[in-house]
Ligand binder design. Structure first.
Ligand SMILES: Nc1ncnc2c1ncn2[C@@H]1O[C@H](COP(=O)(O)OP(=O)(O)O)[C@@H](O)[C@H]1O
Ligand SMILES: [Mg+2]
Length: 309
């Protein structure tokens, strides 16, 4: 286990920003940390980055305890904050050389390392451009480049895609995929679930400082899907059809929406024979029957509404 938190708690005065957080993240995992604004994502990431002291509990990176062994931890991590500082008068190459020096990378090695991260983050063509003149997407990639210089094992990325246009988001995602494939352990936060779907293997859903879910991405979708919803259209007498369907075993509820009946089933199933049979046997003309697609956003909304079981 590369990152572990045990009852990690952070208070700001009376506000409990993080409440008994227990996380376990394995080597090479890409962990999506999802939650609405104010959930406590930045607080967690800052603690893991050794920049903030927990009020209670413990966090470890590669077995080293944050707050006690922070000096051992810092070379192991690369932290990209949710803002980009100002460096008006520096060009990209100088900027990276400056940070490389801060990590005690010097001489030929520094040239090589800076060249490598420029290449990896697709910024080689911008090496002589002023940092301030870069687009927001490029600045974000430069922030990632900066934390790759010392080749850390763990990357802590706080909403790296926020404020980016769609194209820059895709470029950022591709970069992160590459880093994941290089074997880095990645912790990335976002308030948008689908943004992380392609990238992450596991996710944690945080709300109000509480971890609502922690596990594989597929599981979260499966959980949210529990209780399939089916859309049914009949040619006439829809209300009557609804009343009839309500009586079938396994049907939890029936509602009308946009000219269709929305049937909520108790269990996840793809078999709607019972519904079809009932309608046909009662001489309804069945026009349409289909399962509602559960997209990740719906799943997320259901889970954060306290529907996690
Ligand atoms: N320095 C601080 N002082 C007081 N309250 C804070 C401070 N930083 C964050 N908070 C509060 O803690 C909660 C969690 O914030 P944060 O970790 O930034 O959430 P997120 O990154 O998920 O949006 C919020 O209610 C926020 O207002
Ligand atoms: Mg935040």
């Amino acid at each position: 286990m590369i990152v572990q938190t045990i009852n990690l708690t952070k208070r700001y005065g009376k506000l409990i920003a993080l409440n008994n957080l227990n996380l376990e993240i394995e080597d090479g995992e890409c962990f999506g940390y999802i939650g609405p604004n104010g959930a406590g994502k930045t607080t967690t990431i800052k603690i893991l980055a050794t920049l903030l002291q927990p009020t209670w509990g413990e966090a470890r990176i590669c077995g080293n305890v944050i707050g006690y062994e922070s000096r051992k931890i810092r070379p192991l991590i690369g932290y990209v904050p949710d803002f980009f500082g100002a460096y008006e008068d520096m060009v990209v190459q100088e900027y990276l050389e400056f940070f490389a020096s801060a990590y005690n990378i010097t001489g030929q090695q520094r040239k090589r390392v800076v060249g490598d991260v420029l290449e990896l983050t697709d910024l080689t063509v911008k090496r002589d451009a002023l940092v301030d003149s870069l687009s927001r997407g490029m600045q974000q990639r430069l922030s990632v480049a900066r934390v790759l210089l010392h080749d850390p094992k763990v990357l802590l990325l706080d909403e790296p895609a926020s404020g980016l246009d769609p194209r820059a988001r895709i470029e950022m995602r591709e970069l992160l995929k590459e880093l994941r494939n290089m074997g880095k352990t990645i912790i990335i936060s976002s308030h948008i679930l689908h943004e992380l779907a392609e990238l992450c293997t596991t996710v944690g859903i945080l709300e109000g400082g509480e971890l609502l879910f922690h596990g594989p991405l597929e599981e979260i979708v499966a959980r949210a899907k529990r209780g399939t919803r089916v859309h049914v259209k009949v040619a006439e007498q829809q209300e009557l059809a609804g009343k009839l369907l309500k009586r079938i075993r396994g049907v939890k509820s029936v509602a009308q929406q946009n000219g269709a009946l929305i049937i909520e089933l108790e269990n996840a199933t793809h078999d709607f024979t019972g519904i079809a049979k009932t309608l046909i046997q009662n001489n309804f003309r069945l026009c349409e029957i289909k399962e509602e697609e559960v997209n990740l956003e719906t799943a997320f909304m259901r889970l954060t509404k306290g529907l996690v079981q």
